[in-house]
Design a protein around this ligand. Structure first.
Ligand code: PEP
Ligand code: MG
Length: 755
């Protein structure tokens, strides 16, 4: 925190700068005056201002102390020299001995060799670097945190000048040259599947800050705290809303959001910025800019999410300061697509769900909270669409094609028609599948198939009713852990598992113990860098090496399933000994619960996921120990073909509908039948109608899949006759290479099977 004297000094300086900004003279003349004043105020021999020009080049625009002839001559690329590094990282830099820094780039025309220490800060606006402000001293001066903070505040004032278009032409300030108003197609990544068409609404048009320097800091302080209070109570109101209060991840996420809104460090930084002489809006903007700049450099997805939450809160705060009502109350088009840089879950919920058809984000990741909420609301979302905010104007017609990971901006007639036709067809198909809901999954020849759901969040559970699935065949517990900031306690875990079981009622739920590691690291666990994460320290391997974690999870499951049926499944078991060890932990927890007088589950069923091929040859010894086996083809196929399932280059290379995969699976079905152990399959294959047909052909009768697959797979089953299919499957060894998929497709067509 700043001292009182420092804050007074800072305010005085800011007022002088404001007077210069408002005074006469060209922008260049004003900038020249400003660097002089800063140098004097900071007791520095040099103060220079570099401005970003087209092509990511920083040009020396004004200096006090360096040679005047270097002005407009000295240019550095972003990343070049210390000034370039400050721009590239968007972070301040303070060095007592700048010349010995490896990135120091000597420019003889500046005459800077006599200055040893350097402190520089980025000039930020809207998360973009518009320039760099630097002071230098002859001595090896150690700049203090307060001095860095003060220079950052001054940079806020300079940002106004740099963004005004008076120093460099506004065209150069554009992140990329405008692309006019032609139809455009933009690429991104699918955050939630679906297709939608609507009019673009820009989420929170930027608040224009009219005044940076405060007239009266006390008034600004009051405005800031009033806005903070208003924002906090608006979040409370949102939490109290009946549709959210009921719970699920919506609620958990919003609770976290509320916690962030009360983050003392964040609030303090804004308060300090007001104390230093900024208006409340400028203070919020300063902290928001810094957050945004930090965010662009952070690669850790968890940290990015947290920074994104803070950014969203800052936007909300700006709206409160502007006295603006939220978009939910504004007149919105009947069907609109929301366009945003990033967005928090609370903000998404501000909008009228009936009108909101799709969401396009410049940032965002599949695990982002907003994506989770959008999934629950069934809104297609595309993220990481570069510069979408620059390329889309409010009112543009937009098509969000999340399945193809594309956004069409101002599409032509033909594309609109095609999209509308697809939307209609999907709607029709949904209705057809919905009509199958209460019909049995039974082949034409009378074979019953059990269709179950893959789930991982409380938000997925309503699909049990919607699809008519028999139960949850795979509950991926790790998703609940990945959504959190810390490791959940036994109590927290068991209350979540209990909610799952309560929702499922009589329908069985198979809980898979934590399958973390590989690509699913928990943000709060120290990261391990495996050379080959898919084959590394993951799932049951971590569980057995960190038995406390497994113990706690099993204890929570036992508690949650008191007097009910408990089904537990261990992932990635590669040998019997691993199962035995995990089973022993479960038995011990059951014993301990009983010894404590706790209620036990009415029935405990234990199973293993068959994902590692080596286990095939241990099945005869393993199966008698199990209640069920579940095949995870996603991992099984990647290990069988030695092909990383997440590598896009290999995605199409090996077809799981192949002789080796089907033969292996047929052998598993035979082993389970011989041992009378129930068998399911829960990899993605089970949810693809054609693949599922082949799985029935090799003997599977229980399939677990994503909710959207239940309808299409049931339609396939109800149109299938097993006899001819089994004949075809028996003959697969005689087919030429890579012919199986085509053959199965022909079979489906010839026999009227809906795939
Ligand atoms: C599988 O590997 O097939 C599976 C269902 O597990 P996950 O996709 O969660 O690894
Ligand atoms: Mg798996």
């Amino acid at each position: 925190m700043e001292t009182g004297a420092a804050a007074t000094g800072s305010r005085r300086l800011l007022r002088r700068l404001r007077d210069i900004m408002a005074g006469s003279g060209t922008a260049q003349e004003r900038l020249n005056q400003i660097v002089k004043i800063i140098a004097a105020d900071m007791v520095a021999e040099v103060c220079s201002c570099y401005v970003m020009r087209a092509g990511e080049v920083l040009e020396l625009f004004a200096t006090e102390g360096l040679r005047p002839e270097a002005v407009h001559r000295t240019r550095l690329r972003v990343g070049e020299g210390l000034v370039g590094v400050i721009a590239a990282t968007a972070r301040p830099l303070a060095l007592a001995d700048a010349q010995s820094h490896p990135d120091f780039a000597y420019r003889p025309e500046t005459g800077e060799e006599i200055y040893h220490s350097l402190m520089g800060v980025p000039v930020l606006r809207g998360g973009r670097v518009l320039g760099v402000l630097v002071v230098q001293n002859r001595t090896q001066r150690n700049y203090t945190e307060d001095e860095i903070e003060a220079l950052q505040t001054i940079a806020m004032v300079l940002a106004e000048l740099a963004a005004s278009g008076d120093l460099v032409s506004p065209v150069e300030l554009q992140p990329s040259n405008g692309i006019g108003l032609l139809p455009t197609r933009l690429d991104g990544i699918k955050l939630n599947a679906g297709l939608a068409l609507g009019v673009a609404v820009l989420h929170e048009p930027r608040v224009v800050i009219r005044q940076v320097v405060a007239e009266d800091p006390q008034t600004e302080q009051l405005r800031l705290s009033t806005a903070i209070d208003a924002m906090q109570s608006a979040i409370d109101d949102l939490l109290a809303r009946s549709d959210i209060a009921a719970g699920g991840e919506h609620r958990d996420i919003l609770e976290t959001y509320r916690m962030f809104a009360a983050d003392r460090g964040w609030l303090q930084r804004m308060t300090d910025a007001v104390r230093s002489g900024l208006t409340a809006e400028a203070a919020v903007q300063k902290i928001q800019d810094e957050t945004r700049a930090r965010m662009s450099k952070v690669s850790d997805p968890y940290l990015r999410e947290r920074l994104a939450d803070l950014e969203d809160l800052a936007s909300r705060l700006q709206q409160h300061l502007a006295g603006r009502h939220f978009a939910a109350e504004a007149a919105l088009p009947a069907e609109f697509i929301l366009i945003a840089r990033s967005m928090g879950p609370a903000e998404l919920l501000d909008y009228d769900r009936r009108r909101l058809k799709g969401l396009v984000l410049e940032e965002g990741s599949p695990t982002a909270h907003v994506a989770v909420v959008a999934r629950a609301l069934d809104i297609p979302v595309i993220g990481r669409v570069k510069e979408v905010l620059e390329k889309v104007e409010a009112g543009d017609l937009i098509i969000v094609d999340a399945d193809e990971q594309q956004v069409f901006v101002r599409p032509g007639e033909d594309i609109q028609q095609a999209a509308n036709a697809r939307i209609e067809a999907r709607l029709g198909q949904r209705l057809t599948y919905a009509a199958l809901r209460d019909l049995p999954a039974e082949t034409r020849c009378g074979q019953r198939v059990s269709l179950q759901l893959n789930a991982g969040l409380l938000l997925d559970l309503p699909y049990l009713d919607e699809t008519g699935a028999e139960g949850v065949g795979l509950f991926r517990t790790e998703l609940l852990f990945m959504m959190r900031h810390d490791f959940p306690s036994v109590g927290q875990q068991s209350s979540t598992y209990r909610r799952v079981l309560e929702h499922a009622g009589e329908r069985p739920v198979t809980f898979r113990t934590l399958d973390i590691g590989g690509d699913k690291m928990l943000p709060y666990m120290s990261e391990t860098k495996d050379e080959n994460p898919a084959m590394g320290w993951r799932a049951i391997r971590i569980a057995l090496d960190r038995p406390a974690m497994l113990r706690q999870q099993l204890r929570a499951l036992i508690r949650a399933a008191a007097d009910r049926r408990l089904r537990v499944m261990f992932p990635m078991v590669a040998e019997i000994a691993e199962f035995d060890a995990a089973r022993a932990v479960l038995d011990l927890e059951l014993e301990r619960t009983a010894a404590r007088g706790g209620a036990l589950p009415a029935k405990v069923e234990v199973g293993v996921m068959f994902e590692v091929p080596a286990l095939l040859w241990e099945l005869p010894q393993l199966l008698p120990k199990l209640d069920f086996l579940s095949v995870g083809t996603n991992d099984l196929v990647q290990f069988l073909y030695a092909a990383d399932r997440g590598n896009p280059r290999l995605a199409e290379r090996y077809d799981p509908l192949s002789l080796p995969v089907l033969r292996l699976l047929a052998e598993v079905t035979r082993a389970c039948a011989a041992a009378k152990v129930s068998l399911t399959i829960c990899g993605e294959m089970a949810g693809q109608p054609l693949d599922a047909m082949a799985l029935l052909g090799v003997g599977f009768r229980a399939l677990s899949m994503a909710p959207a697959s239940i309808g299409p797979v049931k339609a396939m089953i109800r149109s299938l006759d097993m006899g001819p299919l089994e004949t075809l499957i028996e003959a697969i060894a005689t087919l030429p290479p890579r012919a199986l998929r085509g053959k199965l497709r022909d079979f489906a067509r010839d026999h009227g099977v809906a795939v």
